[in-house]
Design a protein around this ligand. Sequence first.
Ligand code: FES
Length: 145
Amino acid sequence: MKESDPISRRSFLDYLLGGGLVVWTVGGVAPVLSYLWPAQRQGPGAQAVSAGKTEGWEAWQAKMVAINGQPALVLRTAQGFRAFSAVCTHLGCIVQWNVQRRQIACPCHAGFFDPNGRVVSGPPPRPLTELGVALVNGEVMVKSL
Ligand code: FES
């Protein structure tokens, strides 16, 4: 004697196909929704981190900090503090401050940026993305855009 299945083979296949259709629909709709309503870069997701005290930070010295999980280069120029995303606009290598040249250098393909983040030479197609800087109680605060 054969026991009756609590769920028939046909029902099981219907559930399987239905579940697959739901997964396929969500997978197709989610990218469209994220395109139509992109995450806001300002607001609750924006973050400010301290790059350290201004005291003792000499002109033409730079520090690296992480902001929202991304590297940022904070530089003190003769005019004040500047901060840039340290992600090169060419292929995404991490740039570094070159104190001898007083330029921001990308080690991957010899791209160079001036202290304003503008491209001086090499393959980067765009300036570095500038980040917000504020001095709060003697600290250099860097804010993501
Ligand atoms: S990744 Fe920076 S110059 Fe190519």
